[in-house]
Structures are given as C-alpha cells and as structure tokens.
Design a protein around this ligand. Sequence first.
Ligand code: BGC
Length: 410
Amino acid sequence: MNKQTYKFPDGFFWGAGSSSYQVEGGIENNDWAKASQEGRVPPCGRACDHYNRYEEDFDIARSLSHNAHRFSIEWSRIEPEEGKFSQEAVEHYRRVLQALKARGIEPYITIWHFWMPLWFSESGGFKRKDSSQIFARYARYVVEQLGDLATKFSTINEPYSVVVNGYVRGNWPPFYEVPLMSFVDLPNGNATKQVPKRSWRGLFDFFTVANKLADAHNEAYDAIKGVRPEVDVSIVFQVFIWEANNNPINKLLAKLQTWNMTTRFMNKVANRCDSIGVNHYFYRRLGGSPKRQVSDTGWELYPEKIYNSLKILSRYKKPMYVAEVGVADADDKYRSEYIKNALLGVHRAIKEGINVKGFLYWSLLDNYELALGYDKRFGLVEVNYDTLERKIRPSAYVYKKIIEDNGIVE
Ligand code: BGC
C-alpha cells in the first residue's frame, strides 16, 4: 500500500519551548515567587535547575533533532530594580544563546512570559500609566544586549491569559476575580482557586490591562526596531477558538467571543508584528460537541484545531510559527497522537497557502505548570524533581522521526 506523506516546507523550524520561571529555578524576585510565599500558588523552588543545566538540556534537544528552541528571558533577573539592569544576567543569557548556536539550534526568544519583577507588580504592573514605556525600555535593552546572537524575538506571551487569569478569574497574580465569573465558561484550567479578591473592578481592569498590553507590544516594537531594525519581532497569541452548532444565537455568541478574545486585540498590534507566534490549547463549540479524551489537566484534546487558530490569524497576512501546542500526559499515552494531529492541522493550513515557518511543542521538559505546580507533565522529557534526572519519553522519539522526515509518513 502506498504510504501517505505530509511534507513540510524546506527549512521548517522544529523544536520545543520553555519559559524562565517554569524551568530555571532560583527566581525569588517576581510576583509569582511572592504569591507562593503567601501560599497562593505552589512553590517553584529550583524547578528543573535549567539555569545551571541548559547545556545538558540542549544536548537532549539536539539528540532529538530539534533545530529550534523557544525560551524566555526572566525580566526580574535582567531588571531586578526599576531602571537598574544586570550585566550578570545578560551574560547568562548570552551563554545560553551561544550554547544553542553551538548545537545548531535556532533561538526563539520570548521577552516576557507572564512573570513580573516585584518592583513592577507591586507598583501596579500593567495598570501603571507608564507601564508600556517601562516595558518598551526593558524590551529594547534585551534586544540591544542579545540581538547579535539571535534574530527572533517575541514581546509578550499570551496577553489574554494574563488578563483573564489575573483580573477576571482570580487564578494568577494579582488574583482579582469578577463576581459570578466562575459560572462563565471561559476556557482555561491551569489554575486552582486561591482566595481571590472579589471585585467588579476586574471587569474594568480586564479592558485597561488588555489595552496596556497592546500598547506595550507596540511601543516595544518601535523601541526594538530603533536599535536593531533587522530582527524579527512577533507577539505570541493564544487563540481561544469558539464555534457553534446551527443555532443562530450560538453562532452570534461564538463570533462575539472570537472578536472579544482575539481580533479586538490582534487588530491593535498586527501592524507592528513581523510575524505571529500562535499557541493552541482550547476549543469550545457552543451547542455541544462530542466528548473527547481529556489530558491530565482535564482539558479536552483537540490538537488539530491549531488549524483554526492559524486560519483566524492568517487574515493579518504575516508569517506565523506555532509557539506552543502541548499536552499534560504523565504516562505519555496521548502525546504522540497529539503531536501528529496538531501537525496534520498545521499541514492543512500550509497546504491552503498559510505561511507557517515552524512548530515548537510545549514543552521540552516537564516543568512548573503555573498554579497547578509540578503534578502536570507536559514534557517530551520527564524530569525527576528529587534527583533532577532527565528521561526522554517515547513520544519524543516519534516527534524526532517526524523532524527527520520533515513531515509525517504514515
Ligand atoms: C503558557 C505556558 C503553560 C502552558 C500550559 C500556555 O498558556 O504559555 O506557560 O505552561 O500554557 O498550561
């Protein structure tokens, strides 16, 4: 029987991702560390000790044939006090970049992935009037210092996760919950309720902070281009996908949600994106959909819907890359199929002419899964948190074969 192949474009970037607080360890000077001291989120501690073990981890990525890797810069290390920048932290990330380069792995740098330096969060975070300028100054500094070693920078990871979890649902710092919100079916689960501060003000904050994050991206874009016009600047956006059955009310609601959770924000920033990073985890069909298997986080598995995310964002006519799709699956039961099905979705988009440059699985290592702590395991590589030993999961080899074939051969 003829084999079916789904080939990806030449030069496609294949790899996995991580973020500073979730893997590095030893970070005490940010809002999440403070929340953990207050008992609101689980402690992070030494995490995967990736801060010291990045070379070993990149060896693993290389052995799995990855040619790209996404990671984030820890803002609280680079700017531990307002306006004071740490050369020591810069030197660390320069060594990280050199280690990737030595292994032929292309870096995708996220300038900010959720965690705020304490001085910033304590003084109001993105509710500060000057927050977009402060962020742009930090972003420019990062690119000034690292831009000779990398060309791909994204400003912000998932702006809506920050606003929805921090100001509407009360799951993440600063823990504001709009009353009655727990009755609204908003897709997100990486959280447990931790004595939120209930206030209607969150509704107002939702819009204020979302707008500030859009300004922050735009101002960071200009600031970065001012010092290094040649680098590629993106934003990483998670599209919450809403669809509906034939009921016209559901159809209208789904359209409204797509506008509210995606297009409203993206319309503001798309002009200042050289490319767009796309994350996918959730899908909702109003009016019901057949029940799917769920992951260890209880999220239904719809990896192929990455196609819809790419399709929705293709209206902006920018090159895109998949910055995250991933599954919490400690027993590695679903991960191989999950990756394949996601890639079939990406392949479908590419076949329709959508320009997708790469695919970065979330995550290379098991890591600190936000307010759910260390129980949920997204890694291609299992981490033993007692010994810090790494063990490559079988699905990582399935992904490796796909990478080596530059596509899926079935
Ligand atoms: C975030 C990651 C997180 C992952 C799984 C994404 O929203 O960018 O930091 O670990 O989802 O919950």
